[in-house]
Design a protein around this ligand. Structure first.
Ligand SMILES: [Zn+2]
Length: 247
């Protein structure tokens, strides 16, 4: 494991400064930020473009979401509008499908795609799609393990002798975040798959330009999740190499 060697050279330094000034750590931060920025830029520019293109069928995002859920036999999920841009989400606990204002009332191909994607999450929930349940479980676990990312760091500063066990706990905390991001991938890809299928089969978007525009919005949105996973994986491996290197 080449990471251990590079990190080991800094082990005589103060633990946290060793991590911050390690070239490997800085490289991971740069790669993660660049990936995330690139994916965010892609989704924002695709959204900016295709939220201006009206779909010929004239349905609003709200109508598309309601139609897709009705087709799947879902009657207990309310479609609501939320402030902001690209703030769209499905809330499984309160059974609410929240669309950003522009997509709620908008009749663009971006609005149709995003509304159908969120409806895809509602369909996953109704059908007890396993990865969605795993993701909800992993997020619950993350709530309990998130203190592992800073409490051991404080302990390590107060008592350098605790560095070994503290690094193992931090690696575990980061591992849970990586796991959440990993499980999110099938959930997101499946919601987009369901959206594309429904929009095509229901004739909501025309084949050709309308479908291609919608694909660009949803596929670039999926990339942001891939970027988040890669970033958390690299960070987890770094923490793990530190923990293993100290044993
Ligand atoms: Zn989603």
């Amino acid at each position: 494991m080449p990471l251990i060697g590079a990190v080991g050279r800094f082990s005589s330094l103060y633990p946290t400064t060793a991590m911050i000034f390690s070239p490997v750590y800085i490289l991971i931060m740069i790669v993660t930020a660049a990936l995330s920025f690139w994916a965010q830029h892609k989704v924002k520019s695709a959204y900016k473009r295709y939220s201006q293109v009206r779909a010929r069928n004239g349905m609003s995002g709200k109508e598309v979401a309601e139609w897709m859920m009705r087709e799947a036999g879902i009657t207990d999920v309310e479609v609501v509008a939320v402030a902001g841009q690209l703030t769209d989400h499905y809330d499984p606990i309160n059974k609410k499908l929240a669309l950003s204002e522009g997509n709620y009332a908008g009749t663009s191909i971006a609005a149709a795609g995003i509304a159908a994607h969120e409806a895809g999450h509602a369909v996953q929930h109704a059908k007890a799609y396993a990865p969605l349940n795993w993701r909800m479980g992993a997020i619950y676990l993350q709530r309990f393990t998130s203190p592992l990312l800073f409490i051991p760091m404080i302990a390590m500063m107060l008592a350098p002798a605790l560095r070994g066990p503290a690094l193992i706990l931090m690696a575990a905390g980061m591992g849970v975040i990586m796991l959440v991001n990993l499980i999110t991938l099938p959930v997101e890809f499946d919601a987009t798959r369901r959206a594309k299928l429904a929009l095509a089969e229901g004739g909501i978007l025309q084949p050709g330009a309308e479908t291609e525009g919608m694909n660009k919005v949803l596929d670039s949105a999926a990339l942001t999740y891939v970027a988040a996973f890669v970033g958390s994986l690299l960070t987890f491996l770094y923490y793990l190499s530190l923990a293993l290197g100290r044993r």
